[in-house]
Design a protein around this ligand. Structure first.
Ligand SMILES: [Zn+2]
Length: 727
């Protein structure tokens, strides 16, 4: 068996990356539209009309299908199917030329996930098979395997042909992954041999308690990273000024990206600009903002792009309600990334065009205000760490319940509490990357490498505030349980070895209302508690704690309910078991919640849980809110800037329709907020000599008092970006 360190050899993955590359900075400011073409679109495809379409949306580049599943040019490669309606035309060549003549850039879309029956008959070993050795068909094509020679020979030949012939500015890869189009895991002979060589084992079937399965799961991510590197090298060799843009996803799409082997951390070194997809519409409405934040956290210097699908993935000709698409775009630009507007079926006779004009206006606004949306860095002082290792190797079969809901809880808490924040990967924590943050949040980051813990300890020692919940650091990266929290010395709590599970109808008892973490709990002695609680060693229980457990008040143990006549809290219900453990460590300190306030906040929407998490963040020494916003509404605030500007982006998530139908309701209406009052704390020793409200089209003369600048936003719809000129 390989050791955990050998298996998760991220350093090696990164070293394989091409380090010298041309400048693809144009992606940082470009607006891009992607058109996915259907086979029969070749009948109507008009290159000049497409240039006009792209310009009507104010984009700088148009992407369109070139080859892979189907070629829209006269390919000379055997078994690379041409669109039956191509009729000798070279639509790719004509469109690239028309775009360049029109002053736009051209991006080619390839898709390596499916190939024809003819090719399957010639090379069955290039294709995915299931556990019964049966190939998998989608429409009338066959799903290909990312380890096979379709990916390593055929597609590179297609790419070479395309880039030899056409001056593309970028090449975008769709669905380069395992388990494409909802097929299952691949058991082909190539995968079997490759995995056996890497691990000494046969390919396992899914079982999250099996270490071989966990190893296989990690191997899938690495295989996709390997292919990204292989193609990146090839693209560089053939046309070095063409950007390689492989697609992947993160967090909310775990059920898709995990079987696919998509981990942006492994793709990052092999992409000239990062593109995350945010197509599906059942994840949380904040997913695009999360992805934008994650990309900026991965590498603020690399262009970050997130897709905006005009359509529902299952109704590809039908527009997502316009307010939701606008908020989708707004979140992306507010967090320093660029939107890729993705349209499919544009040439279909039956098509919903109702959202076009609104999105045109939105993109025009972004284009006309580069001072609000380009060349800026996040100024957030809080970072939430996302850990794919915890999601998979601790989350196992139920990653949402076990891990992601903790992460979502903190994400949502920062929105509710109106605290600007970043999202960063656990794989890249370093003192250099952490130095700028006052607060580092690890929401149940169960799986933790020793090196990561050392970095975090150093961060706290040097003055940072660390917030952890539940089982953070109790497992290694591969999910093997430790005897104690890896951060035990930092958080001053040791694991007793047992956990109270599935507590219901319990409470936290507020022992000290004067404690800053209990701020705003004045008129209550208790707040609700649900979930699991790690029991910590007696040492940690001896200190005075502001919040301790009131055990479940139930008629029958485990029922979660009591009979009103007998419903009472007796003295023995109030325990000394701490729910909050604070510690000073070096020049910094830590706050450890041994229970699941983040998960409870997300799953139950409990306002006091959000407040508790917000109060914890505000305990950072010298904390002052950079932006204070008054009034109602669910908002998400980002602050970006450079030497001359500070930009406050306020996203409005206030929308009617909170029914539980099993499918998130699309945002059919954004409730506008009028006369929203906010106060901005200016950076020390700086003043402001101009304020611009991008969406309200207003300029305000700043009146500053004690370094604070009050601003009123006349009307907030999906977004307002307040640009402060600093001097
Ligand atoms: Zn395979």
């Amino acid at each position: 068996m390989l050791s955990a360190d050998q298996k998760i050899c991220l350093g090696e993955v990164l070293k394989k990356g091409v380090t010298t590359m041309p400048d693809f900075n144009w992606f940082k400011s470009a607006l891009i539209m992607i058109l996915t073409m259907r086979a029969d679109d070749a009948k109507k495809w008009d290159p000049l009309e497409l240039v006009g379409l792209a310009k009507s949306f104010h984009v700088d580049a148009l992407g369109f299908s070139a080859g892979g599943i189907m070629a829209f040019y006269p390919t000379q490669i055997d078994d690379h199917p041409r669109s039956p309606w191509l009729s000798g035309k070279d639509l790719v060549g004509e469109t690239v030329e028309a775009l360049h003549r029109g002053g736009l850039r051209a991006i080619g879309r390839i898709d390596p996930s499916l190939a024809s029956n003819d090719l399957f008959l010639k090379h069955p070993d290039w294709f995915t098979v299931d556990a019964n050795n049966c190939p998998i068909t989608v429409h009338d094509s066959f799903v290909t395997c990312p380890n096979g020679n379709y990916y390593y020979q055929f597609i590179p030949d297609v790419i070479k042909e395309i880039l030899d012939n056409y001056e593309f500015d970028g090449l975008w890869a769709n669905a380069a992954r395992f388990a494409a189009w909802h097929s299952k895991q691949c058991f082909c002979s190539v995968c079997q041999e490759k995995f056996e060589k890497a691990s000494g084992h046969s390919i396992p079937i899914e079982s999250w308690g099996d270490p071989v399965w966990l190893e296989y799961n990690e191997w899938r991510y690495q295989c996709i990273g390997d292919w990204m590197r292989y193609i990146h090298d090839q693209v560089q060799r053939v046309r070095s000024d063409c950007a390689w843009l492989p697609l992947c996803q993160v967090v909310e799409s775990w059920d898709d990206s995990r079987p696919g082997g998509w981990d942006p951390d492994y793709v990052l070194p092999h992409a000239d600009a990062m593109v995350l997809e945010a197509q599906r519409r059942y994840p949380n409405i904040w997913w695009p903002g999360l992805e934008a934040r994650y990309l900026r956290g991965l590498n603020p210097e690399k262009a970050a792009n997130v897709t905006v699908s005009y359509f529902f993935p299952w109704w590809r000709f039908y527009s997502v309600p316009d307010p939701e698409n606008r908020l989708w775009i707004a979140q992306i630009v507010a967090n320093g990334a660029r939107p890729w507007l993705h349209i499919t079926g544009y040439y279909s006779e039956l098509f919903d065009r109702r959202g076009f004009d609104s999105l045109r206006k939105m993109l025009k606004k972004i284009k006309e205000n580069p001072d609000a949306y380009t060349g800026l860095q996040s100024l957030a002082e809080v970072a939430i760490v996302y850990s794919r290792f915890s999601q998979d190797n601790y989350g196992g079969e139920f990653p949402e319940k076990n891990y992601i809901n903790h992460f979502r809880g903190f994400y949502n808490a920062m929105m509710v509490e109106r605290i600007p924040f970043d999202v960063i990967s656990d794989k890249f924590l370093s003192m250099e990357s952490l130095r700028r943050y006052r607060v580092l949040i690890l929401p149940n980051m169960a799986c933790m490498a020793k090196k990561t813990a050392e970095t975090i300890a150093e961060y706290v020692k040097s003055g940072g505030l660390l917030i952890t919940t539940y089982k953070t650091g109790l497992f290694d990266e591969m999910g093997k349980e430790r005897n104690d929290f890896l951060l035990a010395p930092v958080i001053s709590a040791s694991y007793s070895g047992s956990t109270l599970k599935n507590i219901r109808a319990a409470y936290g008892y507020i022992r000290n209302h004067d404690h800053p973490i209990c701020r705003s709990f004045e008129n209550t002695e208790l707040i609700p508690l649900v979930g699991d609680l790690c029991l910590v060693s007696a040492d940690a229980c001896r200190n005075a704690h502001p919040l301790t457990l009131i055990t479940s008040i139930e008629g029958k143990g485990g029922s979660g309910i009591s009979v009103p006549e007998f419903n009472k809290i007796e003295r023995n219900h109030i325990t000394d078991l701490p729910l909050i453990i604070e510690n000073k460590f070096g020049r910094g300190h830590s706050i450890f919640f041994p229970f699941q306030p983040d998960k409870a906040a997300y799953e139950y929407g409990l306002p006091d849980m959000f407040r508790l998490l917000g109060n914890a963040v505000r305990m950072a020494p010298g904390w002052k809110d950079r932006v204070e916003v008054q009034g109602a509404g669910l908002l998400d605030i980002s602050v970006t800037g450079d030497e001359n500007r500070m930009v406050i982006h306020i996203l409005n998530f206030s929308s009617p329709g909170s029914f539980n139908s099993g499918q998130r309701r699309p945002m059919q209406q954004i409730v506008p907020i009028h006369d929203l009052k906010m106060t901005v704390r200016l950076p020390r020793d700086r003043t402001c000599n101009g304020v611009k409200l991008v969406f309200n089209k207003a300029r305000v003369t700043p009146v500053i008092k004690d370094g604070k600048l009050p601003i009123t936003i006349p009307e907030l719809n999906e977004l307002e970006s307040v640009v402060l000129s600093l001097k």
